[in-house]
Design a protein around this ligand. Structure first.
Ligand code: KIV
Length: 282
């Protein structure tokens, strides 16, 4: 594509092709798909070069707003964060998580809210939690132009039913409903499916036999891709779930920086000469 428009002297910045849901779907069984959550512009800009897709997760409620679960997250919160992420990401597909209560009632409700989210944010896909019971809705959305990322296994929006965030499928007699869910969502046309918090042998089996890419979180390295909450893997919180590998310790880094800042302010060492404006020389 040309980077110069009809007006010869106006040079446009190079066009970058953003990844699509279809690009992700075509990666089944190929190079692993890399994804992370993002909620704000500067983080999205940092992640964009390395990730195939960024998820504006409803985990934003717990990570940025200190909520106890994702149940209280609203559509307006998601849209605000989706717009922020779209301002930072140029290459990665941006996927918008649909919050609790905005898609489960009927496929029409789901279409209305998903369409609003895509129109107002410019993101390229939505994510819905749910298995067999959501398959009809997923099909309805996909047939009407809305790419859907599924989410089966542990579904955080159902925490009030499960009573916690424990792993699923740790005994084989729990496997069948999860297997049925993953197949139903793939058959409905989801371009990929997040598989969260399940025993590793079940994740390996599903990655082999389900037709769309399986994106693991607390699942298996054999999945078609991986996703983590960025702030978890960067070590912002002291609590660390078993499935999170911490690639940095920004929480302790922040604490050390703030301690030093407070000490400098109290000792009148900050601002120093380097950080103050001098008078202009005449
Ligand atoms: O909301 C979220 O961040 C998610 C991921 C953990 C998959 O759903």
């Amino acid at each position: 594509m040309s980077t110069t428009n009809k007006n010869e002297d106006i040079k446009l910045s190079p066009v970058v092709r953003r990844r699509t849901a279809r690009d992700i779907a075509l990666r089944k069984g190929k190079e692993p798909i890399v994804s992370l959550t993002a909620y704000i512009t500067p983080m999205a800009a940092r992640l964009d070069d390395y990730c195939d897709f960024l998820l504006v997760g409803d985990s934003v409620g717990m990570v940025l707003y200190g909520m106890e679960s994702t149940v209280g997250v609203t559509l307006d919160m998601m849209i605000a964060h989706g717009k922020a992420v779209m301002r930072g990401a140029r290459k990665a597909l941006v996927v918008m998580d649909m919050p609790f209560g905005t898609y489960e009632e009927s496929r029409e409700q789901a279409f209305r809210n998903c369409a609003r989210v895509l129109q107002e944010t410019g993101a390229g896909a939505v994510k819905l939690e749910g298995g067999k019971e959501m398959a009809d809705t997923v099909k309805f959305l996909v047939e009407r132009g809305i790419p859907v990322l599924g989410h089966v296994g542990l579904r955080p929006q159902s925490v009030n039913v499960y009573g916690g965030y424990g792993a699923h499928g740790r005994s084989e007699d729990e496997w069948q409903p999860i297997i049925d869910d993953a197949h139903a969502i793939a058959a409905a046309g989801a371009f990929a499916t997040v598989l969260e918090g399940v025993a590793e042998p079940l994740a390996v089996k599903l990655s082999k036999e389900v037709s769309n890419p399986i994106i693991g979180i607390g699942a298996s390295a054999e999945c078609d891709g991986q996703i983590l909450v960025t702030e978890d893997m960067l070590g912002l919180f002291s609590f660390n779930p078993k499935f999170v590998k911490r690639y940095a310790e920004i929480g302790t880094g922040i604490a050390a920086a703030i301690e030093q800042y407070a000490a400098d302010v109290r000792a009148r060492k900050f601002p120093s000469d380097d950080h103050t404006y001098k008078m202009k020389k005449n």
